[in-house]
Design a protein around this ligand. Sequence first.
Ligand SMILES: CC(C)(COP(=O)(O)OP(=O)(O)OC[C@H]1O[C@@H](n2cnc3c(N)ncnc32)[C@H](O)[C@@H]1OP(=O)(O)O)[C@@H](O)C(=O)NCCC(=O)NCCS
Length: 278
Amino acid sequence: MINDKNLTTEQVTDWWETEIVDIAPGMIRIRGYEIQDLIGNVSFPSMIWLVLRGELPSEAQSHLFGAVLVAGVDHGPQAPVIAIARMAITCGIGINGAMASAINVLGDVHGGAGQQCMELLADIRARADKGAAFDEAVASGMAAFREEHGRFMPGFGHRFHTVDPRAVRLSALIREAQRQGVVSGRILAIAEAVQDSISKGKSERVAMNIDGITATVLLELGFPPEMGRGIFILSRSVGACAHAYEQSLKGERIKGPTPPAAGFRYKGVPPRKFKAPQ
Ligand SMILES: CC(C)(COP(=O)(O)OP(=O)(O)OC[C@H]1O[C@@H](n2cnc3c(N)ncnc32)[C@H](O)[C@@H]1OP(=O)(O)O)[C@@H](O)C(=O)NCCC(=O)NCCS
C-alpha cells in the first residue's frame, strides 16, 4: 500500500505508462517519430495505422486501409447513427455531444457488428489452423457463434441494399491486394463461405454489409478484432460530424424521428377510468 503523501517521482510518472507518444516542451514524438516529420509526409490512414499498431504501413497496406475508412463514412439520415447526430444537435447540445450520442448507438447490430464479425472470421481461421477442413471450420465456427449469439451472422444482411456496393468494391480491392501479395485473401474466402452458407435456400443472396467487409479487410491487414469497432467509429464519425453541422445550420429545434403529424401507433391498454388506489 503506497502512502499518497510519499510518492516517488517514478511512482507518479509510471502511473500512465505509454508506448504511443512522448512529449516535452517543443517536442512531440509519435511511436518514436518526430511529429514534424510525419506532418506532410504520411496520409491520415497511415497515421492512424502508426498510432494503433506501432509501425508505419506500406503504401499498399495504407491504400487498402484508407479505402475501408472511406467506405464507412456515411449512410444517410435514416441510418440511426446519423439520425441521432441530427436529432441531438436540434436539442441544443454542441457538436461533440451530437457526435458522442451518435457513436453510442454503434452496437452489435448497427455499425458495430464489424468487431463481432472479426471474432467470427478469426475463430473460423483458428479452427482451420488447428487442422479442420475449410468447410468444417466454417460450419463449426458458425454453429458456435449461433449457439452463443443467435441466428444472425454479424456483417451480413442489410435492410436497404440487396447488394452492398461498398462490399463489392472492397472485395475487388482485397483481390487486387492479394495478387500483389499484400494480403492472403484467406479471410475473404472465409467471409464468402459464411455468406454462401446463410444464403442457402433464400430467394436472394444475403448481402455482405459494410461491417462484414470492414471486418474482412481489417483482419486481412492484421488488425485485432478488439480494434474493429473503434476503427469503424473513426470513419463514421466523419458522417456524424457533417450531418450534425449541416442540421445545426437549419436552426430547427427539438426535431424528432418523424414529422409529428405522422404520429405513432399506440397498442397498450384501452382508455380506462382512473380510480384512486384504496
Ligand atoms: C441488418 C439486419 C438487421 C437486416 O435484417 P432483416 O431485415 O431481417 O434481413 P432480411 O429481411 O433482408 O433477411 C432476408 C433473409 O436472410 C436472413 N438473414 C439476413 N441477415 C442474416 C444474417 N446476418 N445471418 C443469417 N441470416 C440472415 C433473414 O433471416 C431472412 O431469412 P428468412 O427469410 O428465412 O427469415 C440483419 O441482417 C442483421 O441483424 N445482420 C447482422 C448484424 C449486422 O451485420 N448489422 C450491420 C448492418 S449494416
